[in-house]
Design a protein around this ligand. Structure first.
Ligand SMILES: Cc1cc2nc3c(=O)[nH]c(=O)nc-3n(C[C@H](O)[C@H](O)[C@H](O)COP(=O)(O)OP(=O)(O)OC[C@H]3O[C@@H](n4cnc5c(N)ncnc54)[C@H](O)[C@@H]3O)c2cc1C
Length: 394
């Protein structure tokens, strides 16, 4: 019998439900508290790669994931008039059977379905954590206080649990000198299962469409050597900032900027990694983006969340005390996190080159067959990183 019997998880997106599923498999009770009033549907596309595919298979959701993939295979780089300058077959970035792209909301629904045995509390949040010898006394915004053997923060980049247990975010942030926005827009261009990228130095508009949604998604990313507080400003200021940054840039940007005002799901944030010396403090632990966000530029956040959930539950089941279990979780995950966080810098250089020369060089690389080795080297690094963990430790 493990000493941990009763776990509170903050956040019901990817890491939270994946952990709830695996705890259930080990006979450990999970309660999830999620600040959103209901499960969120839709969302942008995310990737499951390498070991995360094995975790999904062990959860019995791999066939459903395969049935829901976005099925995007071609990525085109276009110029200010929409003419294709270079094209890329996305399978070059990772072999198809070890890389699956799916909409975030679809994956969340599948994980929630798999982890149906857990208790879910939507529309609530933790307000205080009090460490006691035998557990953590937790206060909530709405529910009555309760004591849990372990509290896990799976509540994303701006984790509430991390703030309560480890203090403000700033010392743990690694700002990747850029800001990103994503939102749904009408599919004016009639895109069909494809991605188009339009760059000017340090800026990119990405438009894509998947068979899972009639509309398209627009992603606007710009470099910013200075870290400002724009990611913490009201959405209206962020929209103004984007209009100033991208207005008149060419191709579809002006139409996208006017669509932005009607977008139901406007998202804006800094591109940031979370780097911490430790992911637990007593009986409070961090999982997924909350502890080790690799940033959207790595494309590996979902993979880390899924694998981290598996490893954390595995170690809790192997140990009778939470301390050694959390140390073992960290020991197994650290090199994996480091390898996958390292993908973000080359990812950013690829998606948003800093200069006109950089954009031209990238497009030339994609066009010139022999130079594709540069890309396949990046693909190899990505694949290696996503596989570099042992699920069946010891
Ligand atoms: C624009 C963008 C593009 C991305 N592209 C990719 C990609 O291509 N590939 C990829 O693998 N990853 C991508 N990611 C990253 C991916 O979305 C995350 O890494 C992944 O979702 C991490 O899962 P998580 O469960 O740890 O955190 P999250 O998915 O962030 O979930 C956190 C959950 O906690 C909840 N929460 C927050 N605060 C509280 C609170 N106070 N109380 C209770 N609940 C709370 C939130 O509502 C949310 O449900 C992208 C991210 C963004 C923003």
């Amino acid at each position: 019998m493990t000493a941990v019997q009763n776990v509170l998880i903050s956040g019901a997106s990817i890491a939270g439900p994946a952990l709830a599923y695996w705890l259930g498999q080990h006979g450990i009770r999970a309660t999830l508290v999620e600040k959103a009033p209901a499960p969120r549907t839709g969302g942008y596309s995310i990737d499951l790669r390498g070991a995360a595919i094995d975790v999904a298979e062990r959860m019995g959701v791999l066939d459903e994931i395969r049935a829901a993939i976005t099925d995007i295979t071609r990525i085109a780089m276009v110029d200010a008039r929409g003419r294709t300058k270079a094209e890329l077959d996305s399978s070059l970035l990772a072999p198809g059977d070890r890389s699956l792209e799916i909409l975030r909301g679809d994956l969340v629904s599948l994980l929630l379905g798999a982890a149906g045995g857990a208790e879910y509390r939507y529309g609530d949040t933790i307000t205080a954590l009090e460490r006691r010898d035998d557990g953590v006394r937790v206060s909530f915004d709405r529910a009555e206080p309760a004591t849990f053997d372990l509290v896990v923060g799976a509540d994303g980049l701006h984790s509430n649990v991390r703030g309560l247990a480890f203090g403000p975010e700033q010392p743990y942030r690694r700002f990747l000198e850029s800001y990103v926005s994503i939102f749904t827009v009408p599919n004016h261009r009639g895109l069909d299962r494809e991605v188009r990228l339009f760059n000017t130095p340090g800026k990119v508009l990405v438009l894509y469409q998947t068979p899972r949604a009639a509309d398209a998604k627009a992603l606007l990313l710009h470099r910013s050597p200075e870290e400002t507080d724009i990611d913490r400003r009201p959405a209206e200021e962020q929209r103004r900032h984007l209009r100033a940054m991208f207005g008149g840039m060419g191709w579809e940007t002006d139409r996208i900027l006017s669509d932005m005002d009607q977008a139901p799901d406007f998202y804006f944030d800094s591109v940031t990694q979370i780097a911490m010396d430790r992911w637990s403090s007593g009986r409070i632990a961090l999982l997924g983006d909350a502890g080790y966000c690799p940033s959207p530029m790595s494309g590996q956040g979902t993979t880390l969340a899924m694998v981290g959930a598996y490893v954390l539950a595995d170690e809790l089941a192997r140990h009778t005390e939470p301390g050694p279990a959390l140390a073992a979780y960290e020991g197994r995950m650290r090199p994996y996190v480091a390898a996958n966080q390292a993908i973000a810098d080359p990812g950013l250089a690829f998606i948003a080159p800093q200069s006109g020369l950089g954009i031209a060089a990238r497009n030339l690389t994609l066009k010139a067959g022999p130079l594709l080795s540069v890309l396949s080297r990046f693909g190899t690094k990505l694949s290696k990183a996503s596989e570099s963990v042992e699920l069946d430790a010891r």
